[in-house]
Design a protein around this ligand. Structure first.
Ligand code: GAL
Length: 587
């Protein structure tokens, strides 16, 4: 610990004068920006603003802080029944989970009978829920908890039980009549609906509103880009990842879909700018209690708390150890997650193994997570200039719930082993610290008339290999039939990438071909989609191409396309979208 300096001046004062300061945290250069870097380029501009993250256009009083509760899936899969759910409701209260803030008890897939009743209404499985779903809802409410339920927007759920497709209004009315407070709406089989995801979720949103009952809507689409196509207009939370599993690689992967560059261009530094009160990124439910040990459980919980992720416990609460109970109910760590300012924490350092996240809080302090994901024991430091502070600052350990004293310029967590971390709060109460400047619209949407090359826009969603910008995936110039292209998108293997065109583009043009580096028998396919995979609206399809196939020219009309998805599908081979651009004739 270093001696106290007399003046503790926040950098926010400086920001207020200078408006914008650029903090360069760690710089490497790489011309193909989509390719993952070990020590990655992270430049954060801070604004002088004191408000919350971007406002939601779905103005409700629901989920103003990330929803907290318990969901049956991670603990029991489809093996649920009314006795188990009642016991969980009892345990939520008796264990102190309810008092710690966990209010929603969500019954996931497997609750319903395998067919609807004679009126076409959903009914609970008579063997598992003989008293019916309203009765279990009443029991949940009698414990002072809220009732959540699972459905699917396809014709079947993921467990092949009746889905809500073509029963949307009736099902929302049924849920309201059962006293449901929270609906998790999954997406299995939704690709057969013939609708965009935005159309689907708007239908549900409107029917929910018509019931007059406030019900949180949780989009479960395995992270297919709801933040990109406007999930906040329809729902209070949306998945950013595929399913989470009870091991740390999966926990870290899911965290990185929200806090890192697994699902969005690295320049965004995660999805923080798409979250805020009433609209949250959801890296899936908790596996706390299902992981190997206390170190893993705590690292997982701290990550979800700093990411302002929904906290839906997924362990068997009736068999929870005291150690796990203490993790899930840790008050000062939960307070970071539930902070009313609603800023999603963002990375301020990441060298591949060591990560530092920062989450400015409503009271003027800031929460910092220093996490060792690597194999080797290590120290991790955060200097105050990376988190908008300077001078000497108070540091509090949020797990130990005690002050660690005052620190000048920086704090170092020493000897952190694999999966170990420190979760601290830095600073003194005062006016809220500034947040980084969100990515300006013109950097990721079509905002002007005429041509916009897609490689001049940061992609808003991706799955599979990250694309390279203006080169092949291997970093070479894009070359097709004797011509070199300065602009384009280079792909390898499976590579799906979404650009936000916001209905402003009238045409899409590109030339596609397998890269000349491909082996003789290499095969690949290029497809252009309107919106996500569930919308299943293919606008153009190259069919199978080989290295010898002549390049194909794309020139297609776009009508009201909000998000344009380019998909290359090959086996370890390279394919190029040369000169990929949209043309806008509108203002
Ligand atoms: C998956 C979903 C899981 C769980 C499961 C039920 O699609 O991601 O969270 O709900 O379906 O079948």
């Amino acid at each position: 610990m270093k001696p106290t300096a007399p003046a503790n001046r926040r950098l926010s004062i400086l920001f207020a004068v200078a408006m914008v300061v650029v903090l360069t945290i760690c710089v490497t250069s790489n011309s193909s920006e989509g390719v993952n870097n070990q020590a990655r380029k992270t430049a954060i501009s801070y604004s002088a603003g004191q408000g919350t993250a971007t406002g939601s256009s779905l103005r409700t009083e629901l989920a103003l802080t990330p929803p907290m509760g318990w969901n049956s899936w991670n603990a029991f899969k489809a093996k649920i029944d009314e006795q188990k759910i009642r016991q969980i409701a009892d345990a939520m209260v008796d264990s102190g989970m309810k008092d710690a803030g966990y209010t929603y008890l969500v019954i996931d897939d497997g609750w319903m009978a395998d067919s609807r009743d004679s009126n076409g209404n959903l009914v609970g499985d008579p063997n598992k829920f003989p008293s019916g779903m309203k009765a279990i809802g009443d029991y949940i409410h009698s414990k002072g908890l809220k009732f959540g339920i699972y459905e699917d927007r396809g014709h079947l759920t993921c467990q092949q039980l009746p889905g809500s497709f073509k029963h949307e209004q009736a099902d929302m009315n049924t849920f309201a009549s059962w006293g449901v407070d929270y609906i998790k709406l999954d997406s299995c089989f939704a690709e057969n609906n013939g609708r965009l995801s935005t159309e689907d979720y708007t239908i549900y949103r409107n029917y929910i509103t018509e019931t007059g009952r406030p019900m949180v809507l949780s989009i479960s689409d395995f992270g297919n880009g709801a933040w990109a196509w406007g999930g906040e207009d329809m729902a209070q939370l949306w998945r950013t990842s595929g399913d989470i599993y009870p091991w740390m690689d999966s926990v870290y992967y899911c965290a990185d879909t929200s806090g890192g560059d697994q699902s969005i261009h690295p320049a965004f530094n995660g999805l923080w700018q798409f979250a805020g009160p009433g609209h949250w990124n959801d890296p899936d439910m908790l596996q706390v209690g299902n992981l190997k040990n206390d170190t893993e459980n705590k690292a997982h919980f701290s990550l979800w708390c700093i990411l302002a992720a929904p906290l839906m416990a997924g362990n068997d609460l009736t068999a929870m150890t005291e150690q796990v109970r203490q993790v899930l109910t840790s008050p000062e760590v939960i307070a970071v997650n539930q902070d009313v300012r609603g800023i999603q924490g963002y990375k301020v350092y990441d060298d591949g193994d060591r990560e530092v996240y920062n989450k400015p809080l409503a009271d003027g302090t800031t929460a910092v997570l220093l996490l060792n994901k690597g194999e080797k024991e290590t120290d991790i430091e955060v200097s105050w200039d990376k988190i908008g502070l300077s001078g000497t600052q108070l540091v509090r350990d949020l797990w130990m719930r005690r002050s660690l004293g005052e620190f000048e310029d920086s704090f170092t967590a020493h000897n952190l082993g694999k999966h170990e971390h420190k979760m601290i709060k830095v600073g003194r109460p005062g006016s809220p610290l500034p947040t980084p400047v969100p990515m300006p619209l013109e950097k990721y949407t079509v905002t002007r008339q005429g041509e916009t090359h897609l490689s001049d826009l940061y992609y808003i969603w991706k799955a599979g290999n990250a694309p390279a910008y203006n080169t092949t995936y291997g970093g070479d110039p894009i070359w097709i039939a004797g011509q070199t292209f300065n602009k384009g998108i280079g792909c390898k293997g499976k590579c799906a990438v979404m650009f936000k065109v916001d209905g402003h583009a009238n045409r899409f043009r590109a030339i596609v071909a397998m890269d000349k580096s491909s082996k003789e028998n290499a095969k690949g396919r290029f497809r252009v989609y309107n919106e996500d995979f569930f919308a299943n609206k293919v606008l153009w399809d190259s069919r199978e191409m080989t290295k010898d196939s002549p390049a194909k020219e794309i020139d297609i009309e776009l009508k009201d396309v909000q998000c344009l998805m380019l998909v290359f599908d090959g086996k370890e081979v390279l394919g190029n979208w040369a000169d990929a651009r949209v043309i806008s004739e509108r203002d």
